[in-house]
Design a binder for this molecule. Structure first.
Ligand code: NDP
Length: 323
């Protein structure tokens, strides 16, 4: 049902950026409404990418590390404690052409579901998939983008991780706690991952790198039984007998909702003013990974959520009576 309240702040997305913006705007008595998204098999879900992460060792304040999902539950509880309203729904359409801004949940032909004086966009980014036949069908049946969610199911089995960045190596290290063997399938002869992650993977006896190799086909009817891999040097195809394949080849921003309304970079990330979260539309702020193709860290996302909250608060003070 349409909500006729004109909210001071509606926050779209609930990763570190959105929930930090919620904590700050709630403590500024702006009663933020957070549309946190809906559970899904990808990182486009409440809590964002950290829900698909294992241990987070580099978030300041946790000297022993903390599990990604637990960290996000803490963010959420902190926002709610100060009065943020969190709804487990996904925005289906926005109209930022005039104020109050209009936001729909569900039926995009109906009246707008929410009206807002300011909008903080923190919809994050999500995993890129390989794009092979039957990939979506096989998610949850052997194909995964989430070691934390699915690693447990591969106890004593041979599995593979695709990718050569920090994500792939981190997933492989975590998965080696369950699996009997973890192949890391790398399309070139070089990794992008940081030295410390490379050292850890190299020291892990359960991990084996398959260099210059690409996964080209999923084998198995209802669940994954193996994958076909191509050697990129001699083009030969062979079978790799793994029952699990974890895809960790990078991310794309969740910006389709804002196409034609908010300025974007060539790679689809939102374009904010340098050093700011202000977008091309006054009163609309972009924070976190949705506008960050460079740092992409939980702590930088949280910092940018704080910036967006302060910018929204100041914008309201300057543009609205009674604030
Ligand atoms: P990256 O972009 O760093 O790495 C992506 C990897 O996937 C590259 O090795 C790339 O290969 C490979 N790749 C891309 N497309 C394909 C494809 N179609 N088939 C096969 N391989 C492919 O992404 P990450 O998600 O690993 O990391 C993103 C950022 O997050 C980085 O800055 C990283 O440092 C950070 N991060 C930090 C962590 C930590 O500090 N604990 C943990 C996880 C991530 P190629 O090199 O050939 O392009």
């Amino acid at each position: 049902m349409a909500d006729q309240t004109v909210h001071d702040v509606v926050i779209i997305g609930s990763g570190p950026a959105g929930l930090t913006a919620a904590i700050y705007t709630a403590r500024a008595n702006l009663n933020p409404l957070v549309l946190e998204g809906e559970p899904s098999s990808t990182s486009d879900q409440p809590g964002g990418q950290l829900m698909l992460t294992t241990e987070v060792e580099n978030f300041p304040g946790f000297p022993e590390g903390i599990m990604g999902p637990e960290l996000m539950m803490n963010f959420r509880a902190q926002a709610i404690r100060f009065g943020a309203e969190v709804q487990t729904v996904k925005a289906s359409k926005v109209d930022l052409s005039e104020r109050p801004f209009k936001i729909w949940v569900g039926d995009t032909e109906a009246e707008p579901t929410h009206l807002a004086k300011t909008v903080i966009v923190s919809t994050g980014a999500q995993s890129i998939m390989l794009g092979l036949d039957r990939e979506v069908e096989l998610i949850g049946h052997g194909v995964s983008t989430c070691a934390t969610c699915d690693g447990f199911f591969f106890r004593d089995q041979e599995i593979a991780v695709v990718g050569g960045g920090d994500s792939a190596l981190e997933e492989a290290n975590f998965l080696s706690r369950f699996a009997s063997k973890v192949y890391i399938v790398v399309r070139r002869d070089e990794l992008r991952a940081s030295k410390i992650m490379q050292d850890r993977a190299n020291a892990n006896p359960k991990i084996e790198f398959l260099w210059n190799t690409s996964v080209v086909e999923y084998v198995g009817d209802k669940k994954l039984e193996s994958v076909k891999v191509r050697n990129n040097l001699d083009e030969s195809i062979s079978d790799l007998a793994v029952t699990g394949l974890f895809i960790a080849i990078g991310h794309k921003p969740n910006t389709s909702l804002f196409e034609g309304q908010l300025d974007m970079k060539d790679n689809g990330y939102l374009l904010a003013q340098p050093g700011r979260t202000a977008t091309n539309i006054e009163g609309v702020f972009a924070s976190g990974d949705v506008q960050d193709d460079y740092y992409r860290q939980a702590i930088t996302a949280a910092g940018s959520g704080c910036q967006a909250a302060l910018e929204a608060e100041r914008w309201l003070e300057a543009n609205e009576e009674g604030h």
